[in-house]
Design a protein around this ligand. Structure first.
Ligand code: CP
Ligand code: NVA
Length: 316
C-alpha cells in the first residue's frame, strides 16, 4: 500500500451518461458523480488538458448568451477539444432531423440553446449524439448543476440546506427544483399568482423530494419563502422570448425584488444567488449585487468547471 501513497492519482473513471437533455437525464448517483468530478477538474486544469483531444462540439444557439457560450467553448478547449458554432434558429432552413444528421457526421456532441425543449429532444433522437441542454424555455440544467457546486463549496454540504427562490417560476426555477428535490435541499419558491412554476414540474419535484427528505413548496409571499434560507436566488422577471410581456411583468413583480430588506429576513449568513444576466433595479438591487453576500460570479465561474465534468462524462 505504502508504495502507492505518493503516486499521482489516476483520472477518476468517469460515470458515463448518454445525454443531458434535461435535469432528470442524471440519476442521483450521477448528480453526485458530476459534483465530485467538478471538484477534481477545478483543482487541476492540466490533468485533464488532453482528455478530449480531437473531439468537437457543435454549439447551436437560438438565443443570446455570454456565460453558456463562452464556458462551453472554454471547456472544450481546456479539455483539448474544440467547437464549431452556429447562431440562429435551428430547423428553419431545412428540417431539424436533417440538421441533426449532418452534425452527426462531423461532431461528437451537440450543445444547444433553444426555445422549444422538443428541439433538444429531437436533436438527440435524430443525431444519435449526446446532446446537452444549454437552456430551453423549460429547463436550464447546466445552471442548476453549477449552482449545486457553488452551494456545496460555500456550505460544505447540500443536504439540509434551504434555498429560497423569489421571482418568476421559469426555466431556472424548474431545474433548481428538480436538483434540490433529489439532493435533499428544501426549496421555497415565491412567485406572483399566475407565474408559478409549471404544475407538472412542481408535482415531479414534490414526488422526488419524498425520497431525499427535502421539502419543495410554492407560495406567493416572498417574505415567507426567505425564512431561514441559506441562500436567496432570483432570476430576470422577463426571460428571453417573453420581451413583449416585459412592461406588464415589471409592474406585477415589484414586490418580488431581492433587496437588502428582503435579504435581511433570511438567515444572517444567507447568500444571494443569480444565474445572470441581472437587471439591477428590477429583480435585484445594485446594493445586493455589490454586497459580499452575492455569489453570482462564483456561480458563473462554476459553469466552466461543471460543464467540463459533464463533457467528460458524456464523451470519455
Ligand atoms: N446564466 C446563463 O446561462 O447566462 P447566459 O445567458 O449569458 O449564457
Ligand atoms: N430565465 C432566463 C435565464 C437566462 C440565463 C432566460 O431564459 O432568459
Amino acid at each position: 500500500m505504502a508504495a502507492f501513497a505518493n503516486s499521482p492519482k489516476p483520472n477518476p473513471a468517469p460515470v458515463r451518461i448518454a445525454n443531458f437533455r434535461h435535469d432528470l437525464d442524471f440519476s442521483v448517483d450521477q448528480l453526485n458523480a458530476v459534483l465530485d468530478l467538478t471538484k477534481e477538474v477545478k483543482q487541476s486544469r492540466s490533468r485533464f488538458s488532453s482528455a478530449l483531444k480531437g473531439r468537437y462540439a457543435a454549439l447551436l444557439f437560438e438565443k443570446p448568451s455570454l456565460r453558456t457560450r463562452m464556458t462551453f467553448e472554454l471547456a472544450m478547449k481546456q479539455l483539448g477539444g474544440d467547437v464549431v458554432t452556429q447562431i440562429g434558429m435551428i430547423g428553419d432552413r431545412e428540417p431539424l432531423k436533417d440538421v441533426a444528421r449532418n452534425l452527426a457526421r462531423w461532431t461528437d456532441v451537440i450543445i444547444a440553446r433553444t426555445f422549444s425543449q422538443q428541439t433538444v429532444d429531437e436533436l438527440a433522437q435524430w443525431s444519435g449524439l449526446p446532446v446537452v441542454n444549454a437552456l430551453t424555455d423549460l429547463y436550464h440544467p447546466c445552471q442548476a448543476l453549477a449552482d449545486m457546486v457553488t452551494l456545496k463549496e460555500k456550505f460544505g454540504r447540500l443536504r439540509g440546506l434551504k434555498l429560497a427562490y423569489v421571482g418568476d417560476g421559469n426555466n431556472v426555477a424548474h431545474s433548481l427544483m428538480l436538483c434540490c428535490a433529489r439532493l435533499g435541499i428544501t426549496m421555497s419558491v415565491a412567485t406572483p399568482a399566475g407565474y408559478a412554476p409549471k404544475t407538472s414540474v412542481i408535482a415531479q419535484a414534490i414526488e422526488l423530494s419524498r425520497i431525499s427528505g427535502a421539502r419543495i413548496e410554492t407560495m406567493t409571499d416572498p417574505v415567507d419563502a426567505v425564512q431561514n434560507a441559506h441562500a436567496v436566488y432570483t432570476d430576470v422577471w422577463t426571460s428571453m422570448g417573453q420581451e413583449s410581456e416585459a412592461e406588464q411583468r415589471r409592474k406585477l413583480f415589484g414586490p418580488y425584488q431581492v433587496n437588502e430588506i428582503l435579504l435581511s429576513l433570511a438567515r444572517p449568513d444567507t447568500l444571494f444567488m443569480h444565474c445572470l444576466p441581472a437587471k439591477r433595479g428590477q429583480e435585484v438591487t445594485d446594493e445586493v449585487m455589490e454586497s459580499p453576500q452575492n455569489v453570482a460570479f462564483d456561480q458563473a465561474e462554476n459553469r466552466l468547471h461543471v460543464q467540463k465534468a459533464i463533457l467528460l462524462m458524456l464523451l470519455q
